[in-house]
Design a binder for this molecule. Structure first.
Ligand code: ADP
Length: 468
């Protein structure tokens, strides 16, 4: 069986968030489970592109409305990723130093058309096309509806929703950009009088998956306008929990961290990493260290951070270190707090893969008070590094973290309010005082198995049901 993942991100090529981690790991585990799993993504003007060499395997032109655009399909010269990866190079549209920008309609439409045009030329097209998020969610529509792709009509499609908040909406003046189809089926593109790629993907894909079972249930109630569609299509939807790449995220071998460790050496290992972090960021090493890593957006609860941190740093014995970027006013407020809480608080505004690893390794607790969390990978990385998660009870967090009071290993609060998150941080600070209990928990969480093995097989079972 050969399947191809179509995605805007893939670690380590280009990463904005969890989508990259999933698309960079799932194919490795699927290959291990015995199928051919490949990835196709845009070629961006980034570090990975600078540090690698590529070979063109196909060149052509595509039609984007009236425009004719040159594109190349490329492969890596020395591929050590563990799966085949193909790149669509469209110099004037995709080849930018960023992955996303505010108006990406033309960029990702051209990408999707290039992928399908290339697929038309294949002697042996994939058995399954697996799309990820709205940037690739028009593929199931085009495969099924566009005259041009008639030869590919029978290929089963899967759409995985990593985040339903973003849907890729565009107006009907851009309809002509989509390769011709029977206009009586235009309703498949529409949701609330606008073209909605994610909605079109949900309608046309043979199966829709979400990245955790709880997120699927939540989407039927709250999905940024798509609730009724998800309820209507629920028979073909399934929640499959994300896993983690246990080779990339392994405290025993992680080359980003100061000192490697295993369960047996967790105390000295975490201590050395914490010491380095605290020195680097001028934080009191004696206090319990709580970290946040992620996008500074409302979905993650970040709009409440300055108020929560202010109360926690004032009243509790705790230190906080934050790594993230996003909403500018939120960034500004978090920067401002630094002055007031020198020695117990610091923030690095930006994106830093290495620092993220060091923080998972050096922290005592990971804070994740998300309002919405489709799966969440941070809490899984934290567990693997023996860092206790302090999380809200939503989506994938609900599926992966059990509160200590229920014989579990984390601290879970019901809602994302200042009061509840503050209360959860208070519980973390109390737990830290009981060093015996604290150490026993963090040692035990390191052995929880969240690798992709089980979930990769679940996807493969799903593929088999579609092929047969
Ligand atoms: P989302 O995809 O919603 O952003 P996830 O929890 O699924 O959230 O995945 C987040 C991934 O991005 C994790 O690998 C996390 O370590 C990483 N990450 C997020 N923000 C940063 C940052 N500022 N610097 C480094 N890594 C980050």
């Amino acid at each position: 069986m050969k399947i191809i993942h179509i995605s805007a991100e893939c670690y380590p090529v280009a990463k904005v968030g969890g989508l990259a981690d999933v698309v960079g790991a799932l194919p490795i585990y699927q290959q291990k489970a015995g199928i051919i799993s490949q990835v196709i993504m845009p070629l961006y003007n980034n570090r990975f592109q600078e540090e690698n060499t590529f070979q063109t395997i196909y060149s052509s032109q595509l039609a984007l409305g009236e425009a004719t655009i040159n594109f190349d399909i490329m492969v890596l010269q020395k591929n050590t990723l563990g799966f085949d990866i193909f790149f669509v190079d469209i110099p004037e549209l995709l080849y930018k130093e960023y992955v996303y920008s505010p108006d990406d309609t033309e960029r990702f439409l051209a990408f999707q058309i290039a992928v399908l045009d290339w697929m038309l030329t294949m002697k042996q097209p994939p058995d399954i096309v697996h799309c990820h998020d709205h940037h690739t969610a028009l593929v199931p529509f085009m495969l099924q509806e566009s005259y041009k792709y008639k030869a590919l009509h029978g290929i089963p499609t899967i759409l995985t929703i990593h985040n339903a908040q973003y849907q890729g909406w565009f107006s009907y003046d851009k309809l002509a950009l989509i390769p011709n189809f029977d206009l009586k089926n235009i309703g498949l593109l529409d949701w609330n009088h606008i073209i909605n790629p994610l909605a079109a993907g949900i309608k046309c894909a043979w199966r829709v998956t979400t990245v955790s079972p709880s997120y699927l249930e939540e989407l039927k109630i709250k999905a940024n306008g798509l609730e009724s569609l998800l309820r209507h299509e629920s028979a073909k939807c399934i929640g499959i929990l994300n896993g983690i790449d246990t080779n990339v995220w392994n405290p025993e071998t992680d080359t980003f961290i100061r000192k490697n460790y295993i369960q047996r050496t967790i105390v000295s290992g975490k201590k050395a990493n914490k010491k380095w972090l605290c020195k680097e960021f001028n934080i009191d090493v004696e206090q319990p260290l709580l970290v946040f890593i992620g996008r500074l957006v409302e979905e993650k609860g970040a709009h409440l951070f300055s108020e929560i941190f202010d109360s926690a740093l004032r009243n509790l014995h705790i230190s906080i270190l934050l790594l993230g970027s996003g909403n500018k006013p939120i960034e500004h407020n978090l920067e401002k707090l630094k002055e007031e809480y020198k020695g117990t608080y610091n923030a690095h505004i930006g994106y830093d893969e290495k620092l993220a690893h060091l923080m998972y390794a050096g922290a005592d607790f990971l804070l994740m008070p998300s309002l919405v969390e489709p799966c969440g990978l941070n809490q899984l990385y934290a567990l693997r590094y023996g860092t206790i998660p302090v999380v809200s009870n939503v989506g994938g967090l609900k599926d992966t973290v059990v509160d200590i009071s229920n014989n579990g290993f984390g601290i879970v609060h019901r809602q994302t309010t200042v009061k509840e998150v503050y209360g959860a941080i208070g519980r973390a600070s109390e737990l830290y005082k009981d060093q015996k209990e604290f150490r026993a928990i963090r040692k035990s969480i390191m052995q929880l198995d969240h690798s992709w093995d089980a979930s990769a097989k679940e996807y493969i079972t799903l593929y088999h049901t579609l092929i047969s």
